[in-house]
Ligand binder design. Sequence first.
Ligand code: NAP
Length: 305
Amino acid sequence: MRVFLAGGTGVVGRRLIPQLIARGHDVTATTTNAAKLDVLRGTGARAVVMDGLDAASVAAAVANARPDAIVHQMTAISGNPDIKHIDRWFAATNRLRTEGTDHLLAAAEATGVGIFVAQSYANWNGRRSGGWVKTEEDPLDPADGTAAHPQWVAIHHLEEAVVRAGGAVLRYGGLYGPGATDDQVELIRRRQFPLVGKGTGYSSWIHLDDAAAATVLAVEQHAKGVFNIVDDEPAPAAEWLPYLAKCAGAKPPMRVPAWLARMLAGEVAVIMMTEGRGFSNAKAKRDLGWQLRYPTWREGFRAGL
Ligand SMILES: NC(=O)c1ccc[n+]([C@@H]2O[C@H](COP(=O)([O-])OP(=O)(O)OC[C@H]3O[C@@H](n4cnc5c(N)ncnc54)[C@H](OP(=O)(O)O)[C@@H]3O)[C@@H](O)[C@H]2O)c1
């Protein structure tokens, strides 16, 4: 297949290109930065400059590539993490998930591309009521009244638009693997990533290579609908954070009460660590025949760190 990868230089794109090529696909991958074209070409992909926020740029890049499938991996999360002002931190990502998605879908329609796979998110953001582990049937948490609400709006837009167009939405868990958790591990080593309250909030994790493998399957199988791409072990912060610290050779995380965390890191950090809901991967395993190399973060964190 000819696969057009929008966002080929990010943590997912870099692991996805080799897997697509190994399966015999012909990959055109994008960057906004001409200085990265050679790096992309070095992975075996054709490389093009494209701005996902510019409809004309997207239309031209897709038309030139004449792909069978489009994979949307455009985010703009690198830079300084700012959980307290996550709305500002994610402003460009939210635009890529709304306007960027619309531009890619329009280009897909104009060029007759039948297969569309887009990145979404299923880490701690399940609806904060009922059980601690959510399926694709359960709604995501709109985080009303918090700085995470715009992120939900953007994700909701992406998911609706992609499903309506007959594509697949892959809700990746918290990504880890080469380059994916460097910022968090640095904070953990400096003991600036504390457990909040009792650390009862759940997260789901996924290794980059497992996320990439699921993405290849979704492309090849022309998958439609929403899939949680997470590992087998959703877990509360009280379990995964001290374990991650240990794997990173750091001291155990500090503990801070919710009121203090709210002051220092904002409401979203408190929600994540005390009320977060994780996700089940049963559908992706069943429908895509997806098998995980790292079924739990316990193996993956240890292997990576
Ligand atoms: N589920 C999750 O947990 C999750 C998901 C995504 C990311 N992250 C985390 O976020 C951090 C940064 O991720 P990342 O390295 O993938 O970087 P990123 O800054 O989020 O960029 C991802 C991709 O989007 C592209 N992109 C950015 N702006 C664009 C635009 N206007 N038009 C078209 N493409 C655009 C980037 O290309 P260029 O910069 O080359 O233009 C890159 O290929 C990592 O720590 C990662 O683990 C986590």
